[in-house]
Ligand binder design. Structure first.
Ligand code: PMP
Length: 407
């Protein structure tokens, strides 16, 4: 019995997927040409699965900010903020995000994953109870695993179910309820009724934490996210987000309307014991926050492209997981068909995400598309054509799939 034997079933699944063609979960691009185009070999690929919602990774100001940061302060921070010090850039970004969200406290982190790990594990103590959405992202689940708090899952996007569970829980002796939801859900592209969650949570005296990783920059009149869009931003207790999507960098933040949140800098282990974000990452995000604040035109294009794609795919009869948004997930019958079709799309020069269990809700297999404000109407037509070809060639694809499974 080796250490790796427990992974034999997973290896078998990977082997089947590999028979379908490329390694969808380990794809290598030979060149990234622009926000929406990459090259593999001598083939240009249209990127439709990057989470680059505002298309800012190639924005001149964001790129210049990152380059200047390297020139001014070097390539790395070489340590954590509590052990090795904070750079002025970290503070500037925290102030900028706090100001944007209208909250007195904001802490920046090295990744979005580490943000939720830190904030949730710091906020929830032994006597607290974390109520989380059934479709919570891995970093929310992992964050609660670092705490002594008990965890209760409620039905996805269902404030009534949360209400029922909070009632059933009753008074929490010596502790509090921390309710954790997301804004735009990354896999199905559906959005939370945040206003209702605020009401239910506060009616029971709990605190509401929202991960707006996929919605900061994308929703709201000034891009603060879905809580802003639904008019309840000032009532939310904690908002977390990432720099790796709309902010075109790497890192994350958590902001709070409670100034006491600052004390968490001295207790969050994933914050205290890892190196802080690099000057280049921080400065690119800082420049991107300014673009978000004035990003109405970008958001309008992103919304229009989402509607265009959603309409086109619906008209072709595809089973879509939610209404139009920058994330559009096409439900497939199983992961082998999804992998085969993912390869079919790649053959047509279109890259989307292959999403399979356990990372998906309801154990679904998905062809997941994430759009960018940099996509044009023509780009969406290219994606639609690739999906239409998939439909037209379904018979051939399925017989190829059977041959590959037997081969
Ligand atoms: N929260 C959600 C909802 C996410 O989807 C992700 C990653 N896609 C993260 C947090 C983590 O962000 P990052 O990749 O920037 O670490």
């Amino acid at each position: 019995m080796s250490l790796f034997d427990k992974y034999a079933p997973l290896q078998a699944r990977v082997d089947v997927m590999m028979k379908m063609g490329r390694d969808a979960l380990g794809l290598q691009f030979d060149d990234i040409i622009s926000t929406t185009r990459a090259r593999i070999g001598n083939r240009e690929i249209l990127l439709a699965g990057t989470n680059n919602y505002l298309g800012l990774t190639f924005d001149e100001d964001c790129m210049k900010a990152a380059k200047d940061a390297v020139d001014n302060h070097g390539t790395g921070t070489t340590g954590s903020r509590i052990a090795n010090g904070t750079y002025s850039e970290h503070i500037d970004l925290e102030k900028s995000l706090a100001d944007h969200l209208g909250m007195p406290s904001c802490i920046v982190f090295t990744t979005g994953y580490q943000t939720n790990l830190s904030a949730i594990s710091g906020l929830a103590g032994d006597k607290d109870v974390v109520f989380m959405d059934a479709d919570a992202h891995a970093c929310i689940i992992d964050g609660t695993r670092l705490t002594g708090a008990s965890t209760i899952r409620f039905r996805h996007n269902n404030p009534e179910d949360l209400d029922k569970r909070l009632k059933r829980q009753g008074e929490i002796e010596g502790g509090n309820a921390l309710v954790v939801i997301e804004g735009l859900y990354s896999m199905f592209g559906d959005v939370a009724p945040i206003d209702e969650f605020v009401e239910v949570t506060h009616n029971h005296g709990g605190y509401l934490f929202i991960d707006e990783a996929h919605s900061y920059g994308v929703f709201g009149p000034t891009g603060c996210g879905l809580a802003e869009e639904q008019g309840v931003l000032d009532k939310v207790d904690f908002i977390s987000g990432t720099f790796s999507k709309s902010l075109a960098s790497v890192g994350g933040f958590c902001a709070s309307r409670h100034p006491e949140f600052e004390i968490l800098r001295k207790v969050m282990r994933p914050y205290m014991f890892t190196a802080s974000a690099t000057p280049a990452n921080i400065c690119a995000a800082l420049a991107a926050v300014e673009k978000v604040k004035q990003g109405e035109a970008l958001r309008a294009n992103l919304k229009a492209r989402g509607q265009q794609l959603h309409k086109g795919l619906s008209e072709m009869g595809y089973d879509l997981c939610a209404d139009a948004s920058p994330v559009i997930a096409v439900r497939r019958p199983n992961e082998v068909v999804a992998a085969m079709e993912w390869n079919g799309l790649m053959e047509n020069g279109v890259y989307v995400n292959l999403a399979v269990p356990p990372g998906t809700p309801q154990s679904s297999s998905l062809l997941r598309i994430s759009l960018s404000a940099a996509h044009t109407e023509d780009d969406i037509n290219i994606i639609l054509k690739a999906f239409s070809d998939l439909k037209d060639n379904q018979g051939q694809l399925m017989s190829d799939m059977s041959a590959k499974l037997q081969g």
